[in-house]
Design a protein around this ligand. Structure first.
Ligand code: ADP
Ligand code: MG
Length: 262
């Protein structure tokens, strides 16, 4: 039984009399514990698909089910990390993380929430910045706090929209490792992850399955070998990954139009 299923999902952005079809008849099933990367040119509908799954907007047609229940809005079963840092500017890094912990765990004491928040900040290498406000942090640091905050919601599904796009490669690699650890943390089971990126290497490191999108549609899928190493080195060394990379790069070339919106 797939944990997530899109059934004939379409979505149009409506602005006055104008309407723009961003997704058309999407059918997609994602298994419990699967790590899926959505990849494709800018403007093909990746963020739209993710925000529908997050419940931030509703399909114009079709439906999305999570464990057979239609998505009707955001919920504590899904944590969300976007590329733009969505921290509360008036709260410190620590308070930002504590807030999300207490949102989904009403019984936890303030002291316990603080201990847990410090653990999460340490995991993203931000414990020394716990008492700083967002304006006192660099973009990369804010993004790490945002990730710690999303992780504070210990949700079975993680939705991430180009969360590492703005970070330098070293930090990016570390956060990819951290994300894989957190995805895999459960005893014998993984969380479900849907991760948007336009970086092929990132998708090859992270995903169980890579889903390639062209405007409005899913056009190709690649199942990545389960027994591979999930690392940048493996992309160079593992011939199976090199083959997928070549195919995906050809798809990128074939679908480039030179226009920003595909
Ligand atoms: P991606 O994340 O793959 O870059 P998006 O899902 O953001 O793509 O956008 C898909 C399409 O919908 C694009 O053509 C984009 O211009 C359009 N779009 C996105 N947001 C809006 C909006 N708020 N109003 C109108 N069109 C939008
Ligand atoms: Mg996007």
């Amino acid at each position: 039984m797939p944990a997530i299923s899109f059934k004939n999902v379409s979505y149009s952005y409506v602005d006055g009399d104008e309407s723009f079809l961003a997704l058309e008849d999407i059918d997609l099933e994602i298994a419990d514990g699967e790590f899926v990367c959505l990849i494709g040119h800018s403007g093909c509908g990746k963020s739209t698909l993710l925000s529908l799954l997050a419940g931030l907007s509703m399909p114009t047609a079709g439906e999305i089910l999570i464990d057979n229940v239609p998505v009707s809005g955001p919920g504590p079963d899904r944590s969300i990390v976007f590329q733009s840092y969505s921290l509360f500017p008036w709260q410190t890094a620590l308070k930002n993380v504590m807030f999300s912990i207490r949102q989904t765990n009403k019984d936890i004491s303030k002291e316990q929430a603080k201990v847990r928040a410090m653990e999460l900040l340490a995991q993203v290498g931000m414990e020394d910045a716990a008492n700083r406000y967002p304006y006192q942090l660099s973009g990369g640091m804010r993004q790490r706090v945002a990730i710690a905050r999303a992780l504070g919601i210990d949700a079975p599904t993680m939705l991430l929209d180009e969360p590492f796009g703005a970070l330098d490669p070293l930090i990016r690699g570390k956060l990819q490792e951290l994300l894989l650890r957190l995805w895999n943390e459960g005893e014998g089971c993984c969380k479900t992850a849907v991760f948007v990126t336009h970086d092929i290497d990132e998708a090859l490191i992270l995903a169980d399955r890579l889903i390639f999108m062209e405007p409005r549609h899913i056009t190709r899928e690649f199942i990545l070998p389960k027994d591979r190493a999930r690392s940048a080195d493996a992309i160079v060394e593992d011939v199976r990954l090199r083959d997928v990379k070549r195919e995906v790069m050809e798809l990128f070339d074939a679908t480039a139009t030179g226009k920003e919106d595909c």
